[in-house]
Write a protein that binds this ligand. Sequence first.
Ligand code: SR1
Ligand code: MG
Length: 396
Amino acid sequence: MTLTIPTTYKGLTEVTAIALAKAVYTFEPTAELSCREIGDGNLNYVFQIEDSKTGNRVIIKQALPYAKIIGESWPLTLKRATIEANVLRKHGEFVPSLVPVVYAADETLAITVMEDLSHLVIAREGLINGQNFPRLSQDIGEYLAQTLFHTSDYGLHPFEKKRLVAEFTNPELCKITEDLIFTDPFFDLETNNYEPQLQSTAEAIWKDQKLQLEVAKLKKSFLTESEALLHGDLHTGSIFASTTETKVIDPEFGFYGPIGFDVGLFLGNLIFQWITREGIERQVIASHIEKTWDVFAFSFSELWKRESVESFRDTQGYLEFVLDKVLTDAAGFAGCELIRRTIGLAHVKDLDSIAETEKRINSKEQALYTGRALILQRQQIDSITDFLKILQEVYK
Ligand code: SR1
Ligand code: MG
């Protein structure tokens, strides 16, 4: 549906969001609507509108013309709302059960009207609270395989692939990632944000020439490899989950990039949990890491065998080469995510919410060492077992 609602961009309020919801979503004529702003991300407002008579709910997400995490001094394109709606729609063609339904979108108001998912919890919150999401890795492995294969040159006619590359060009949001993940944390810059106890470890990262070279190579991949339509910010805060369902939200950073980036960001965010847990609880996360990769590799391989349009698809060793590169890249990108979420601008609650100072600092040190090890040793990783061994080695 396209909105016939006016006008120029204006930030919504809980009152105007209700009026908009009535215009774009089919509530009962007798509906009694209320609205709450429930957004807790870094960039947008999220309005939840509910009919108290039926319990029906809908979400209106609105992009702000600046980054909420910083304030109005950091202007940010509103076009990201359209990118987000269109990535959800495109990915929804391949994994309809794993993304929210988009009911409407409007570029001028920078809004997406979509399915309410409040019966689920944000995976990061749930994992921090020790909740178990038995479907998480199965579903995300499948999501990654389906969305990345079907939007790549392996699954698309080259004309359609290049049309999508152009449609999903997202320079402003990519620049945030280029700065916040691949640049700023590796230099002594004001934008970084870390506790004083981490000063010497941060300085060691800034002086580490071997590490800098490998991060430069990973940044180059991110900048230049237009392989598939990525989610672009697939951390555990971008996933709603329960014991029976998984939904991926928030692809406003979507663009054509290296397949390993989405895989690596998700694995990196599982590693925060791996770091904060012990014993059997840690094993749960190790199993999620392993299963995500196994499901991704299996489903991607099946799609390749059944549907690949690539002339070299039956060439001995080519699929293995592609998957090996994805795993190697994923390890490097996971490493960058671990480092940036620890000493960069935008942190994760998994580490920041650890109340006991010594434990928190220790966990953050581990995140930095693990990130470094994954980046430096990624070329030696031939299997997900090798990947997990690197995590274990850091703890010896
Ligand atoms: C200014 S935005 C900071 C971070 O929040 C988003 O979720 C992305 O991860 C970005 O890097
Ligand atoms: Mg987000």
